[in-house]
Design a protein. Structure first.
Length: 89
């Protein structure tokens, strides 16, 4: 059940980051609006799942796991969207 909640939460985070990317880079959407949302959601879900499993496997506490899951997916989504924009120039 926790994984389902994590995936739903990361989907919402990805959708928010997709909208924020549109506000940050107003006229620069090389993959379109739908592409921004899709990439942001996929990046947030993959990063969230990676944090959920890798941080405890490295021996860190659950507190650090939750901290990583809360902060890293939005930053990773924005970084990937930025990389796409740089690569398309």
């Amino acid at each position: 059940m926790e994984i389902l909640i994590l995936i739903v939460a990361m989907t919402i985070v990805g959708l928010i980051i997709g909208a924020v990317a549109g506000a940050i880079w107003k006229d620069n959407r090389p993959i379109g609006v739908k592409g921004d949302y899709i990439v942001a959601v996929i990046a947030a879900i993959l990063t969230g799942l990676l944090d959920w499993y890798v941080i405890p496997a490295m021996g860190f506490s659950d507190t650090l796991k939750y901290f990583g899951v809360a902060l890293e997916p939005p930053m990773a989504s924005l970084a990937i969207l930025w990389l796409i924009r740089v690569a398309k120039k």
